[in-house]
Ligand binder design. Structure first.
Ligand code: NAD
Length: 317
């Protein structure tokens, strides 16, 4: 199959590209390199089944050509990372909502299947454990910029299913939970690469808030294998599917695990959310996925443990 990956030079997109090429598919990437990097995909530049367009999903003419040539679209291009979202909320909304609108319009024009990379952030402030795909979403106030990301992704999901209903194109939404691995940049507020970098440099490992908030970290290899499996899973069309790990760890314990795994002498310090992001920043205490749908549809399992993932992020494995 010929697969278009928007955001394919990013962290998850480049791993998805590796998996799909490895399975014999052709891959076209569209990426503006805003948070992605050529270095993530340069190993494929001489591969005949690989093409790269450095451009934006906001350019309809470019999208028109690429979508006309592909069989299926994985739409990953987005403004990502809490730091970027809080600093550039307008850019976030525009990139995520307009970008997805363009992708869906072109998919409709050429009758192509779309897989939309959404996020666990869509569940918002809900305190339910675990989050199942049919659960209510609970957003925060519109004056708090961090919710712009969750709401823009929720609009993308609505738009995808609306397009599927009105035009008949197959659409699947993946709600990705925290995904970690090689090539992830810490630049935009991703916790594991930041802790790893601090630990390797002997700098203080900086926990935001009191550190009792928990998250579940999946290795990108598990997540992208499941994403690629979607190509042969028509039962996932019209569905929202959670993907991630359900192994929960507090951010304090994550800091200790990074320090121990990398045998670092760094001290562990705490700073407030206000200092880290913006005044009145709201965070969720827990975010655990119900993975039963991914297990049933895709035979999904999270197989790689956190210590191994930390070693990979550190470049030690
Ligand atoms: N990493 C995670 O834990 C996580 C969790 C939930 C959801 N997601 C979703 O997965 C997708 C990929 O995220 P990632 O972690 O790989 O981040 P990333 O920043 O590495 O990837 C996003 C890619 O999109 C590109 N991009 C941004 N705006 C663009 C535009 N206008 N046109 C073309 N390309 C553009 C960037 O350059 C980058 O390569 C995103 O849609 C994100 O919302 C990621």
């Amino acid at each position: 199959m010929k697969v278009l990956i928007t955001g394919g030079a990013g962290f998850i997109g480049s791993h998805l590209c590796d998996v799909l090429l490895g399975r014999g598919h052709s891959v076209m990437i569209l990426d503006d390199l805003s948070t992605g990097s050529m270095s993530n995909v340069e190993q494929h530049l001489d591969t005949p089944d690989f093409t790269l367009a450095i451009d934006t999903v906001l350019d309809e003419m470019v999208l028109d050509r690429l979508v006309s040539e592909c069989d299926v679209i994985y739409h990953l291009a987005a403004a990502v990372g809490v730091q970027l979202i809080v600093q550039k909320p307008l850019h976030t909304i525009r990139t995520n909502v307009e970008g997805t609108t363009h992708v869906l319009n072109m998919a409709q024009r050429y009758g192509k299947k779309v897989v939309i990379a959404s996020t666990s952030e869509v569940y918002g402030k809900s305190s339910k454990v675990p989050f199942s795909e049919g659960d209510d979403t609970v957003s925060g106030p519109t004056t708090k910029h961090r919710w712009a990301y969750a709401c823009s992704k929720a609009i993308d999901e609505f738009a995808g299913f609306a397009m599927a209903k009105e035009s008949g194109i197959p659409v699947c939404v993946l709600r990705l939970f925290n995904t970690v691995g090689r090539r992830q940049s810490g630049q935009y507020g991703m916790v594991v690469p930041n802790f790893v970098k601090q630990a390797l440099n002997g700098d203080p490992i900086t926990v935001f808030g009191n550190g009792e908030q928990t998250r579940c970290f999946a290795n990108v290899a598990d997540v992208t294998r499941a994403m690629a499996d979607l190509l042969s899973c028509p039962a996932a069309e019209g569905e929202v599917v959670n993907l991630g790990s359900n192994s929960e760890i507090s951010i304090n314990d994550l800091a200790h695990t990074v320090k121990a795994t990398l045998q670092s002498n760094s001290e562990i310090t705490h700073i407030s959310y206000d200092e880290a992001y913006e005044d009145g920043f709201e965070d969720m205490l827990r975010r655990v996925p119900d993975l039963s749908k991914a297990e049933r549809l895709l035979g999904y399992a999270s197989t790689i443990d956190l210590e191994q993932t930390i070693l990979e992020v550190a470049g030690h494995a």
